[in-house]
Design a protein around this ligand. Sequence first.
Ligand SMILES: [Zn+2]
Length: 185
Amino acid sequence: MAENESTKVCPLCAETIKAAAKVCPHCRHWQPRKWSFDNPALLQSLASLVIAAAIFGAIAGLGYFLEHLIGPKRDFAPYQNQIKVTSSEAGFRMFGSNLTVFVVGTLTNQTDFAWKNLGLEARLFDKNGKLIDVIQASDSSYNGVVVLPHAEAGFKIQSKATKDESDYVTNKVFVGTAKDFNAWP
Ligand SMILES: [Zn+2]
């Protein structure tokens, strides 16, 4: 070892070695050098940190995705009276020996949001204003048309009639439920 070279003592084997040595020439011990990327122990811990960060990021990303997908959605109740049925008309048709009553109409969405799976209910009255029949969306093939913000949509709901055609005089349609268009499913 040259005289002008500075030296240190290997912490493992206690041999005197060059101060710049990264590995002890006697025992092959890696010399403690905090920020050397040649130190495999340091590299290993850095790699662990990177992997941990990647896993954390993936979990956080998945969480965000799931929250967006199935997280809490806009409740329809405060907006219920802002979806207005603008027209509705009852119609009748015989299917075999069964009389079917339809109610077709239009509605407008006055909210700033899109809604789907509208739960419609038509109440049908006789000439005295007595409620004689109710048709709900679930009774029919109506599968919940989407209504866009500040747009109009048509609807048709139907059910087997429980009275004679001549008994049905008036009707009124309500939108009882709806789902946030962005909700899943
Ligand atoms: Zn050594």
